[in-house]
Write a protein that binds this ligand. Structure first.
Ligand SMILES: Cc1cc2nc3c(=O)[nH]c(=O)nc-3n(C[C@H](O)[C@H](O)[C@H](O)COP(=O)(O)OP(=O)(O)OC[C@H]3O[C@@H](n4cnc5c(N)ncnc54)[C@H](O)[C@@H]3O)c2cc1C
Length: 292
């Protein structure tokens, strides 16, 4: 199908784009890489009167280290993240999650900001952002504000962004010392959205016990789901297969109503969440020990 008729604007600065959003508010939509928006337009599931293409806004395309973490401009493509030697060596969780997103062609066009703002419940980046306490910066008519990822995700395809705000940057902190990670998922075919996935970190203390852990599921609810009850099962304990299995069991108990759709039933997703949590914890702990 072809998209409905729309006007098109290609600003070259964030300020210009915000002004356009303000003038056309409910009529306008930001166009980033178009990898989610164009299918929605073609299926006529959205009918914006104006598309504001951020493709020419050069100030939104960068990856740099700052304040002990990574700052990524919203219009940076996933391919740029994937190809960054710095990301690969110092932010391997981000690198691994990026490789799980769609196909190479999608990562060539799709942007970091687009994935974070689109807030697909089965997407890797939102779950990663919650797992590592990423900060999201937005600019609107009232100026700039920064939100924690945990506050940013409100509901299915819905974020805390105001209609006149643009997501401009994500800040990804480096993982703490002796922290291992895993991004595990099950998809029907290579490149498909995950039916369910887990982003997990485990920090080992000097006594060999789990000092900290984060467990965030995706594809099971309307937003990334942080399983704090399962984290509590792990923290303070000595790593073991039995412990990972207990945490997986806890995850399956705390997911209230897993999504159910043509791709997977609620019960299958609950099962996947349990298995993926167990596997991801084992992998993260092995990485923390330097064994993976
Ligand atoms: C076949 C296929 C497989 C895919 N598989 C995966 C997958 O496995 N995992 C995954 O995570 N994604 C997957 N995707 C989606 C892909 O990652 C998209 O790139 C991403 O969802 C949106 O990024 P985009 O830059 O293309 O944004 P667009 O499609 O241009 O925009 C998406 C939405 O975000 C809004 N938006 C974009 N940028 C901003 C901004 N800076 N500020 C405010 N709002 C903004 C737009 O208005 C729009 O509503 C897949 C897509 C396809 C077609």
């Amino acid at each position: 199908m072809k998209p409905p008729r729309f006007e098109y604007a290609a600003p070259t600065t964030v300020a210009e784009a915000v002004l356009l959003l303000q003038e056309h508010e409910s009529e306008a939509k930001i166009l980033a890489g178009g990898q989610s928006l164009m299918p929605l337009l073609n299926m006529r599931l959205t009918r914006p009167g104006l598309l504001i293409d951020l493709g020419k806004v050069a100030e939104l395309k960068y990856i740099r280290e700052s304040d002990g973490g990574l700052a990524i401009g919203a219009m940076t493509t996933k391919r740029t993240v994937e190809d960054s030697a710095m990301v690969k060596s110092r932010y391997p969780l981000l690198h691994a999650a990026t490789l799980l997103i769609g196909h190479a062609q999608i990562r060539n066009r799709g942007t970091v900001g687009g994935s974070l703002a689109h807030a697909d419940p089965a997407a890797e980046y939102p779950a990663l952002a919650v797992a590592v306490d990423a900060q999201l910066r937005a600019v609107g008519p009232k100026g700039e504000r920064t939100m924690a990822a945990a506050e940013f995700y409100v509901s299915y395809l819905t974020t805390a962004l105001e209609p006149t705000e643009i997501l401009t940057e994500v800040r990804v902190p480096a993982l703490a010392k002796d922290t291992g990670w895993s991004c595990a998922e099950v998809a029907r075919r290579h490149g498909d959205f995950a039916m369910t996935g887990a982003v997990v970190t485990v920090q080992l203390g000097s006594d060999g016990r789990c000092a900290q852990s984060r467990i965030v599921l995706f594809g099971v609810g309307p937003t990334p789901l942080r399983a704090q009850a399962a984290e509590q099962v792990v923290i303070g304990q000595t790593p073991s297969e039995q412990l990972w299995a207990q945490a997986g069991q806890r995850v399956s108990e705390v997911i209230e109503e897993p999504l159910s759709d043509v791709h997977a039933s609620a019960e299958y997703r609950r099962y996947l969440a349990q298995v993926l949590t167990r596997r991801a914890l084992a992998e993260a702990a092995a990485r923390a020990r330097g064994a993976a």
